[in-house]
Design a binder for this molecule. Structure first.
Ligand code: AMP
Ligand code: MG
Length: 418
């Protein structure tokens, strides 16, 4: 049964929507979720900050030596060569030298030890000779050499991280160096999902003719887990209005975002569409892309809904192009643009003008340092193996036609995806 064209609302008024138009439309409907929690910094990896972090101390807190050597005052030395200094004591990390160092004197110092009063420079131990308890410097280093100034990494009062910042291992180290034990982070996005399709069997069941294992629930689960979501797997829902109604009502009550796969193509959207018309406001789109043409998007109450296509590669492509930026927006991230690079094609590539294509590629750097990309081969939207072997999408825009070896293409590396 085909769906009347009049029910397919396209915000642009065109018969089919571009990837950019759809993404812009979706992101414009979404706001950062309310709610945050306090977590120990060790549990804050990949979480989004809900507060501004200001430095309450200088990092480093004291001016200290960057090397093992001898600390002295370089600024008032009469010459730069063959300087002889008296060694008057030790400064060790955690054990400062307690008195003042005068002109012509020096102190043995280790990395991280506080620079003694009166010193401004450290000469590294490999560049001196010891002579009768004195240090002889053949050629003096520049004033301030091998010294780390207090606050040079972070100074008191400075803004270190802003709300929406996603915490990396380096950031967590920075928080520790500031003496911050806990941070307030945005709560995790709650994502519920289910598959639709009478042909789908769960793992452990035996396949009858025409049946397939439900792989989308596993890719969806993994992609959501990678994004740090709280996940609610609702299983396979039969193609029956009551079952679909119950699943959507339940999911929208507990989740911030509901994802389904399958059943949104023109012709088989009937039950899903009927139920969604009843429960919420959902648009059924034809996106000008390959794979992933059919997509449903809308709201059931306050919950965002994405009806992804059924084909396993299309699920992943539409997840990364639409769902991922949506989840990042809900999480409060400010810049949801993905990394994009240019690479040179290693062979000819078939592309018909008309749709934006997300072909799967493998890129590497050649011995000249250039990025080279090759296709994973056959690109059927059911061939999940093409995703599994890829390390990037080759993003080919609507107008592009067949490409030659050596042509430049945009690639979207999977570094953040996988
Ligand atoms: P549909 O969008 O429902 O017409 O499905 C398109 C194609 O994707 C069909 O070949 C389905 O069998 C397949 N498909 C749908 N859902 C799943 C799933 N959960 N796992 C694997 N393949 C699926
Ligand atoms: Mg189906």
């Amino acid at each position: 049964m085909s769906q009347p064209a009049s029910t397919i609302h396209q915000p642009s008024g065109h018969s089919s929507l571009s990837v950019d138009e759809a993404r812009k439309y979706i992101l414009a409907q979404l706001q950062e979720l309310q709610g945050d929690e306090s977590v120990a910094i060790r549990s804050s990896l990949d979480r989004c900050l809900a507060e501004t972090i200001r430095s309450k101390i200088n990092v480093p807190s004291h001016t200290n030596s960057a090397m093992d050597g001898y600390a002295f005052l370089a600024s008032d030395l009469p010459s730069k060569d063959n300087i002889t200094l008296n060694v008057i004591g030790y400064a060790l990390a955690g054990h400062p030298f307690q008195s003042r160092v005068d002109s012509g004197q020096c102190v043995r110092i280790t990395t991280g030890a506080m620079l003694p009063q009166g010193c401004d420079t450290v000469v590294v131990q490999e560049e001196i000779t010891l002579n009768d308890g004195c240090v002889v410097i053949n050629s003096a280093p520049a004033r301030g050499a091998n010294v780390r100034q207090a606050g040079e990494d972070l100074s008191i009062g400075s803004v270190v991280f802003s709300p929406g910042h996603k915490l990396s291992p380096a950031d967590i180290g920075v928080l520790a160096s500031l003496g911050v034990p806990e941070v307030r982070v945005k709560r995790r996005v709650r994502a519920a999902f289910f598959s639709t399709g009478d042909e789908l069997r769960s793992l452990g069941e035996t396949l009858a003719d025409g049946e397939i294992y439900d792989s989308n629930r596993y890719t969806l689960y993994s992609m959501l887990e990678k994004m740090g979501c709280e996940i609610i797997d609702m299983g396979v829902i039969a193609d029956q209005p009551d079952a679909i109604r119950k699943a959507f009502s339940e999911a929208s009550e507990i989740a911030d975002i509901v994802l389904t796969s399958g059943g949104v193509s023109v012709g088989d959207a009937d039950y899903v569409k009927m139920v969604l018309d009843e429960l919420g406001e959902v648009e059924f789109w034809k996106i000008n892309m390959k794979p992933g043409r059919p997509l449903a998007y809308g709201k059931i109450g306050k919950t965002s809904f994405f009806g992804l296509p059924g084909n396993p590669v299309a699920v992943m492509v539409t997840f990364y192009q639409f769902v991922r930026p949506a989840i990042r927006t809900l999480q409060g991230e400010k810049n949801v643009e993905e990394l994009s690079l240019c690479a040179s094609l290693s062979h000819t590539l078939k592309k018909a003008p008309g749709r934006m294509e997300f072909q799967r590629g493998i890129f590497h750097r050649n011995d000249k340092g250039e990025l080279i990309v090759e296709s994973t081969g056959r690109q059927g939207s059911g061939m999940l193996n093409s995703m599994s072997r890829a390390n990037c999408f080759m993003v080919l825009n609507e107008t592009q036609s067949n490409l030659q070896a050596g042509d430049t293409v945009n690639i979207q590396p999977f570094v953040n995806f996988f």
